[in-house]
Every structure is written in structure tokens, then in C-alpha cells.
Design a protein around this ligand. Structure first.
Ligand SMILES: *Cc1c(COP(=O)(O)O)cnc(C)c1O
Length: 414
């Protein structure tokens, strides 16, 4: 089981078990697992990586893992010899069983298990514009744990579960994703509630890190390159951290995979920061309106913090790509026709970056490449599964929020 000490990724300061910050700098907390060898166990889904997850027990009803396979279709199109695809979503023909269709399930399952292990009475509060909310709603409906979701009004129709909805309170926000984050922050700072923590939540990062672990388990080596579409970049940090654990084991390679992280321009804050563009006015572009996928827009990514995105990309010799909608659209078509499964638009941005890297010569024909398809199979799911819309329990705005707070507290205590 995942026994660990918690340290600041910046200064190495030893932190308390449930710390989300360091008092000496603003580095991310990172789990330093006692187990140094990579030895997956005979357990279902991501729980086979339990030694490198911050949980003590596991629930077989949650924790579907990504699947990894060697590509022939897309690999042929791009003339690559060693292209590996990690798929998070619903594709039963290949054993992918994430019913909410994105790798946010890799974060939700260990986060909820960690809360269960800690026997906390606090109620988790999550702000999301889509995939994260769906993943947490599904997992909590399975485990029976309570959950409060803050979701912008325009995203409410993206929320459904494939199981009977459990103790999930859905709060619609008259405003955008940033407003939803603000209101969730107010509630989660009150007694009895707990913020989900975003990139600072080690269960989230180490859950996403299993993408890389699944590749190593299956193919026994670390890839030369890792491609992923990012909003906050948390998945990129997770891949970097998982790679460091694998390198420390020394049997699967000694070089960290280069991170190739992709954003959707022009709504691309991480891309702008990486290229030193300081004053980017995303409102002038109307972001996140019009994006190929708005889940990739995050105004406050953990970029410059110790152990954050910049450190991850720099220390692996990686790059950050800006892909516009037209490149994402053609990459999506290319992937879907060559691999035979539908993907979420966010994942197409990663495919576009891979196409760009091949054209520009950033990757060689014989390099081993892991392409993280972070979401897909939504159309495939519709063939098999009925979905239950989550009903909105309450609409709130920034102005009337103090009244709303007491209604929310009443609703959860009843
Ligand atoms: C959230 C999300 C991403 C971006 O993830 P990061 O947290 O920025 O690493 C990419 N693809 C999909 C489908 C997502 O839901």
C-alpha cells in the first residue's frame, strides 16, 4: 500500500500528511513513497499501482485505468515506428472502461479513496466546467460519498452519470469557470468542507501518473517522448513525477521522457508564459469561447511554482506547443479515421502537437513516443450505455452567494 512521507517539491521540507502547501516556499507537496521498486500488484485497474498511490485500501468498483497499445494506424500515417497510445475513456474492445470518458477518472478515484482512508467527515467541494465534475459525480455515486459540485451554467448539460446519482449536490453558477472556482473556494474554506486541491492534491497527480506506469508495465521501458494536451498542466507534472520514480528503480531506462505539452491557441496561458509573452489579454479573444475544447483553458496554472509545469518541462528538455483550432480539427479527423475510435476535442490538441513535432523534426522516426489520449469514446459509450442527467439543485451568482451558502449548508445537513 502507498506508504509515503510528504515533502515540498521545492525545498524538500517534510510536510504533515494532509498538507497542501509548504510554509517555506510555494512548492507543490509531493509523495515520497517508501517502495522504490516498480512492482505492480494483481489488483484491478489503477489499484495495481497502489504502492505509488496515496491510499491504504482500494475499491474494485472504481479505479478504471488507462490502456496502452502500440499504434499501427496513426503510426503509419505519421511514418513513426514506435508510437504508443494511452487511451483514457470508453473503448471496451480494447479494455478501456472509463464511463465518463476522460482521464479525470484517474484523479477522482484515488482522491475519494484517500478521503475514505482518512475517515474524514468533511464534504468534498469541486469546481469544474465538465470532465472533472462528471468523473467525481460518477465515482461518488458509486462509493456513496457526498460531493458538492460548482459548475458554470453553460456547462450544466455536460453533467451525467452512468449509475444512479448518489449524494451529489449540483450548484449551477451564473458566471464562468473562474466564478465557479471562486464560489467553491468560499464554501470549501468553511468548517465541514474540504477543497479538492487541484494540482496540489497528490492523489490527483499520482492517479494521472498511472498513465505512464501502465505503459511501463506493458512494454517494460520508459518512452523517449510524452505528448499531452494541457490546461493546468497537472497531467504533465504527474507524468514527470511518475517517470522520476521509474528512473530511480533503474531497470526501465535512465532518461526522463521529454514532455511535449500542448495548448489550444489563442486561449493558451501556459504556452504564453513559456514563450515569455507576459501581457496576454485572453478576454480580448473572448476565451474560453470558441476553443476547440474549453477544458484546456485555466487562468491560474501551477506554472512557476517549485515542482510545477515549468520545472517539469525544463528538467525533461521538453517543449510547449500552441495549436490552433484548424490544426486540432484536422488532427482529430486523422486520429479517428486511423485508429477507429472517437476522441474528445482536448485530446485532438495533443495529436496536433505530435503532427507538428513530426513535421518539425522534434521527434525521430524510431523514437519511442507515448501519446496520451486523455479522453474519448463518448460516441462509443452511447451505443452501450444510458446516461442520467444530473439535475441542478441550486443556481447561485456572485451577488447572492451569502444567502446561497446557508441554503447549501442546510441542504447537506438534511
Ligand atoms: C483536464 C483535461 C486535460 C488537461 O489536463 P491537465 O490537468 O491540464 O493535465 C486534457 N484532456 C482532457 C480530456 C481533460 O479532461
Amino acid at each position: 500500500m502507498g506508504e509515503y512521507t510528504l515533502r515540498c517539491a521545492g525545498c524538500g521540507n517534510l510536510l504533515g500528511d494532509s498538507a497542501t502547501s509548504c510554509s517555506l516556499d510555494n512548492g507543490l507537496p509531493r509523495a515520497d513513497y517508501i517502495e522504490r521498486r516498480f512492482a505492480p500488484r494483481e489488483l484491478p485497474g489503477i489499484w495495481s499501482f497502489i504502492d505509488w498511490l496515496p491510499v491504504k485500501r482500494w475499491n474494485p468498483a472504481t479505479g478504471a485505468s488507462s490502456i496502452t497499445y502500440r499504434s499501427s494506424g496513426l503510426a503509419g500515417e505519421l511514418d513513426l515506428n514506435r508510437l504508443y497510445i494511452s487511451f483514457s475513456g470508453y473503448w471496451p474492445e480494447r479494455g478501456a472502461m472509463m464511463r465518463t470518458c476522460s482521464f479525470k477518472e484517474l484523479e477522482a478515484a484515488p482522491t475519494m479513496q484517500m478521503l475514505l482512508d482518512n475517515k474524514t467527515e468533511e464534504i468534498l467541494v469541486v469546481a469544474s466546467a465538465g470532465n472533472t465534475a462528471r468523473a467525481f459525480a460518477e465515482v461518488c455515486s458509486i462509493t456513496g460519498q457526498p460531493l458538492i459540485l460548482f459548475v458554470p451554467a453553460s456547462s450544466l448539460d455536460r453533467l451525467w452519470t452512468t449509475v444512479e446519482p448518489g449524494k451529489v449536490l449540483l450548484v449551477g453558477v451564473n458566471g464562468d469557470y473562474a466564478d465557479a472556482i471562486k464560489l467553491a473556494g468560499v464554501l470549501s474554506s468553511r468548517v465541514g468542507f474540504r477543497p479538492e486541491g487541484g494540482a496540489r492534491n497528490i492523489a490527483r497527480r499520482d492517479g494521472m501518473g498511472t498513465v505512464l506506469l501502465d505503459h511501463v508495465r506493458r512494454f517494460n521501458f520508459l518512452p523517449d517522448h510524452y505528448f499531452q494536451a494541457i490546461g493546468s498542466g497537472t497531467g504533465g507534472i504527474a507524468a514527470w513525477e511518475a517517470s522520476m520514480r521509474i528512473v530511480a528503480d533503474s531497470r526501465f531506462g535512465e532518461h526522463l521522457p521529454r514532455l511535449h505539452l500542448a495548448q489550444n491557441t489563442p486561449c493558451a496561458p501556459v504556452y504564453a508564459m513559456w514563450h515569455g509573452i507576459e501581457e496576454m489579454n485572453f478576454d480580448a479573444y473572448g476565451c474560453p469561447e470558441g476553443m476547440h475544447d474549453d477544458v484546456l483553458f485555466n487562468r491560474n496554472p501551477p506554472y512557476a511554482v517549485p515542482g510545477g509545469v515549468r520545472d517539469a518541462v525544463t528538467s525533461t528538455g521538453g517543449r510547449i506547443y500552441g495549436m490552433d483550432n484548424s490544426r486540432a480539427v484536422s488532427a482529430q479527423k486523422l486520429f479517428e479515421s486511423s485508429e477507429g475510435i472517437d476522441i474528445l476535442p482536448a485530446a485532438a490538441v495533443a495529436v496536433a502537437a505530435l503532427v507538428d513535432a513530426v513535421e518539425a523534426g522534434f521527434v525521430e522516426r524510431d523514437d519511442s513516443i507515448l501519446l496520451n489520449i486523455t479522453g474519448g469514446g463518448m460516441r462509443r459509450l452511447e451505443e452501450d450505455q444510458s446516461r442520467m442527467r444530473l439535475k441542478c439543485d441550486l443556481m447561485v451568482g456572485l451577488e447572492d452567494f451569502s444567502d446561497a451558502l446557508s441554503s447549501i449548508e442546510e441542504m447537506v445537513s438534511s
